[in-house]
Design a protein around this ligand. Structure first.
Ligand code: DX5
Ligand code: ZN
Length: 214
């Protein structure tokens, strides 16, 4: 089973972006939290910054679209080299169509679920997805605490995966630390997203390896 770490650059020091990205050598993916101030009460970054990040790394870029109109950004981000895309189902009328568009572009299609959104809402799409992002905090900010009930949701999704789509990856995003990473992995998660745990540590490589259980 895949055990990957996606470092969320949301907590990076953007005045030293080059150094920050260079220090993430142990990460498997770079997670880009796009926020538009509508779907979530925060703004993050857009094309100019992502273009810089793409030039600074060879790692797969993983866009988490916390925006009301994810469809607007898919082609532009794919052109910048983004390989993983997750969007929140409630932000689009036709999630299946968005997934088809992502497949046509040859990128990975993910659906993101807020802590309060049940797994039943994505049953019809499970077989079409490359990954599901389970939010373990409410979207919008880093430095929040992991919501413990999400562990059960990960286990339930892991059971559904066995029946409906064994290739599905489970990404868990929010409040991941050395205290909960092992439990989150044991519950069935394959990609742990982390911002504050990595960026508030002195040694990013060590922090990432700790989250991987190395
Ligand atoms: C929250 C974002 C997360 C966030 C994680 O809306 O989707 O990716 O950056 O931050 P930490 O790891 O600090 O909870
Ligand atoms: Zn995220």
């Amino acid at each position: 089973m895949k055990n990957l770490i996606a470092a969320s650059v949301l907590s990076a020091d953007f005045s030293r972006l080059g150094e920050e990205i260079a220090a993430l050598g142990a990460a498997d993916l770079l997670h880009l939290d796009l926020m538009d101030g509508h779907y979530v009460p925060n703004l993050s970054f857009g094309y100019p910054i992502i273009e810089c990040i793409a030039r600074l790394t060879d790692k797969p870029l993983d866009a988490h679209l916390m925006v009301t109109n994810p469809d607007f950004y898919i082609e532009g981000l794919a052109e910048l080299g983004v390989k993983y895309f997750s969007f929140h189902q409630e932000t689009v009328y036709h999630p299946h169509r968005v997934i088809q568009k992502l497949k046509t572009l040859g990128v990975k299609a993910g659906l993101a679920l807020n802590p309060g959104t049940p797994l039943s809402s994505i049953m019809a799409l499970l077989g079409d997805l490359d990954y599901v992002l389970l939010m373990s905090v409410n979207p919008g900010f880093s430095y929040q605490s992991f919501i413990p009930s999400i562990l059960d949701k990960i286990r339930q999704l892991s059971d559904l995966r066995a029946k409906h789509n064994p290739e599905l990856l489970i990404q868990v995003d929010g409040g991941i630390t050395d205290k909960n990473a092992a439990e989150v992995r044991a519950a069935g998660a394959n990609i742990l997203v982390s911002a504050s745990y990595i960026f508030s540590s002195k040694n990013y490589t060590k922090a990432i390896n700790t989250l991987k259980g190395l």
